[in-house]
Write a protein that binds this ligand. Structure first.
Ligand SMILES: [Zn+2]
Length: 90
């Protein structure tokens, strides 16, 4: 392993099939949605950092325009995944 977080760039999230959700924290809004990471990567680059403080400034709420957002990165669980085996076999 390299000495940096495993999912520290958008490219790494796409590669490992993670999904990114953005939540609007504005009072009375509550809008949220899943971000299309591939489109995002085309816009700001696959090497763009995926840490909260790096991604949040890129977004604003499409419903109310608020920049008061939070985000959640989660594994995009797929069907037909076999038994868990050794990860990242080289
Ligand atoms: Zn909003």
């Amino acid at each position: 392993m390299k000495d940096r977080p495993a999912h520290s760039t958008i490219g790494a999230l796409i590669e490992d099939k993670f999904s990114l959700h953005i939540y609007c924290e504005a009072y009375n809004c509550g809008h949220h949605g899943e971000v299309d990471l591939e489109k995002l990567a085309m816009r700001i680059g696959v090497d763009h950092g995926a840490m909260h403080y790096e991604l949040i400034p890129v977004f604003k709420c499409p419903a109310c325009g608020s920049k008061h957002l939070s985000m959640r990165i989660s594994p995009n669980v797929q069907q037909n995944i076999g038994p868990v085996g050794p990860l990242h076999k080289a």
